[in-house]
Design a protein around this ligand. Structure first.
Ligand SMILES: [Zn+2]
Length: 204
């Protein structure tokens, strides 16, 4: 199975007015066909990387690739090639990736805003993703059980995992400590600024 590679596709065929066929000497029978070469991944065109042109006589059918092009056709074929714009669909894959990156950036910014808003106005049920104190590859959760004024009561999850997204795996009531502890808003901000509290999740 071919995952990636390149393909050629005909972009346009155009007459070369005034040209004489080097093979049969017919006048005004020459045409140039311009191809785009594009890289594809899983047959989705990603980006074009070159143009190729061939010249052909419509009378005697003789054709020439660029490499073996007779000198008298050179200028006309080059100008046909240069005036041919590569089709936009050759860029389809790059377009899809660019849209995906833009979408991720917007979603990331939105999540950042939510996280900051949730951190300054905690609500029972909020989950804080936290680093294990001694090991920044291990993550656990703190769950807010109540929030009053400047103070939040949290329970510590008794498990930790290697993923920075522990919510789906660890957020079960039985996995939390029975003892709660108090944290102040300032504590939370400090943990966040130190990178010890890496995310806030609010399950609605
Ligand atoms: Zn000819």
């Amino acid at each position: 199975m071919i995952l990636y590679g390149y393909k050629g596709s005909l972009v346009r065929t155009t007459a070369l007015p005034g040209a004489v066929c080097p093979a049969c000497n017919s006048f005004n029978t020459m045409q140039a066909s311009v191809y785009s070469q594009y890289a594809h991944v899983y047959y989705i065109p990603f980006f074009p990387f070159s143009k190729k042109a061939i010249a052909q006589c419509t009378s005697c059918q003789q054709g020439w690739e660029e490499k073996g092009l007779p000198a008298q056709l050179h200028t006309a074929v080059q100008s046909a090639k240069q005036s041919t714009r590569l089709p936009l669909w050759n860029w389809a894959g790059v377009g899809v990736v660019a849209v995906g990156i833009a979408w991720a950036a917007v979603a990331g910014q939105r999540h950042e805003r939510d996280r900051n808003a949730w951190l300054v106005a905690p609500r029972a049920g909020d989950l804080y993703t936290v680093h294990s104190p001694g090991d920044s590859t291990k993550f656990s959760l703190l769950k807010v059980v109540s929030a009053h004024g400047n103070t939040v009561e949290v329970v510590q999850n008794e498990y930790e995992i290697d993923s920075n997204d522990p919510v789906s795996e660890l957020n079960a009531p039985s996995k939390y400590s029975k003892e709660s502890e108090s944290l102040t808003q300032l504590d939370l901000q400090i943990m966040h600024n130190k990178g010890q509290l890496t995310d806030v999740t609010r399950l609605d």
